[in-house]
Ligand binder design. Structure first.
Ligand SMILES: Cc1cc2nc3c(=O)[nH]c(=O)nc-3n(C[C@H](O)[C@H](O)[C@H](O)COP(=O)(O)OP(=O)(O)OC[C@H]3O[C@@H](n4cnc5c(N)ncnc54)[C@H](O)[C@@H]3O)c2cc1C
Length: 301
């Protein structure tokens, strides 16, 4: 998952005049998008490095032009799909002197390069269904036509344009899991008995579930509004940050309360609520931490 969970959603294709050394974005779309759709290409977006997560300006991976190739050196970590991906958008510095303005996105088709190495498949608390990996680039050579877009130095702008979509995607996972956790828990407390009656018959259970149901309803209304605006092409980055932080925080709260209503069974891996609890935690971390989301919202005030 993008941000990623780190999804490959940072692939921005612009439409300004071409330079001779770059492949036209239209050609890039024609070459790669059908294969991404069929699964022939499996995507990943490699931003995070051991020394640069929230502060992406600190990226050290270097891409140096050499004729019609880039020579890339550096390493990435926490990359979703890293073990499987054969189409990786790598955040690089093409001009380290220029900071953010020297950042470029370069596509690495891993089946076609030397100097690319996959590292460990990292051992996570949850989200066991996908891998999260280290990647290494040692004098890895990539054609200059794999630069995303028309010119170097656009990487940061491209990320800023596309990451709000990843943030909404994290909100999608959050609201889906909130509603599922609630439905499972309501079923469970109707079945489970204590002190001679169903758990749902205790007033505490009813009040707790009433609160969670209200939270979920408010979350759903906000989420639907974000999707409506996104489809219309108008979800602004600040609201996308609100959706990511607020819905993932809510997911953590709802899943935790639902686990509590399962008692000891909620702590057992055979119950879906236990897996939901493990999977929920990272939603507040990846795709930009919730603290960074608040920073972005704060800057807009
Ligand atoms: C399961 C998983 C999948 C991931 N998938 C991908 C992927 O596909 N591609 C990819 O590139 N990355 C991926 N990541 C990386 C993820 O985006 C980063 O972990 C995240 O952005 C945080 O960076 P960091 O881990 O370096 O934490 P740090 O930046 O070191 O942050 C540590 C703490 O400090 C806080 N902090 C940092 N700066 C500030 C500030 N200015 N103000 C207040 N608080 C601050 C943070 O909020 C956090 O609480 C993934 C991570 C995980 C766990």
């Amino acid at each position: 998952m993008s941000a990623s969970t780190g999804s490959a959603s940072a692939c921005t294709i612009r439409s300004s005049p071409l330079t001779s050394s770059t492949m036209a974005p239209r050609e890039q779309k024609k070459k790669w998008l059908p294969k991404l759709a069929t699964g022939e290409l499996i995507g990943a977006i490699a931003m995070t490095e051991p020394g640069a997560g929230s502060d992406l300006q600190g990226v050290k991976t270097r891409a140096q032009k050499d004729g019609n190739q880039y020579k890339i050196n550096g390493s990435k970590t926490f990359i979703t799909n890293g073990q499987l991906a054969n189409f990786i958008i790598v955040v690089t510095k093409t001009d380290p002197e220029k900071g953010a303005k020297g950042t470029s996105l370069i596509v690495v088709e891993t089946d076609e390069v030397e100097g690319f190495q996959r590292g460990r498949n990292l051992d996570k608390i949850g989200l066991k269904a996908n891998d999260t990996s280290e990647l290494f680039f040692n004098d890895m050579r990539v054609p200059t036509s794999n630069l995303l877009g028309h010119e170097e130095g656009q990487g940061f702008v491209q990320l800023m344009q596309q990451l709000p979509q990843e943030r909404l995607q994290i909100g999608t996972g959050a609201i889906a899991m909130i509603e599922r956790a609630l439905a499972l828990t309501i079923d469970y407390v109707k079945e489970r008995k204590a002190f001679g009656k169903a758990i749902i018959d205790f007033q505490n259970t009813q009040f707790k579930l009433a609160e969670l149901k209200t939270d979920a309803t408010v979350g759903r209304v906000f989420y639907n509004d974000c999707v409506t605006r996104h489809i219309a092409g108008g979800l602004d980055p600040v609201t996308a940050s609100m959706a990511k932080y607020w819905l993932s925080d809510l997911q953590g709260k709802v899943v935790d309360e639902c686990l509590q209503l399962h008692g000891g069974y909620g702590y057992m891996n055979e119950y879906p609520i236990a897996r939901m609890f493990r999977d929920a935690r990272v939603q507040r971390i990846y795709g930009g931490t919730n603290e960074i989301m608040k920073l972005l919202i704060g800057r807009s005030l």
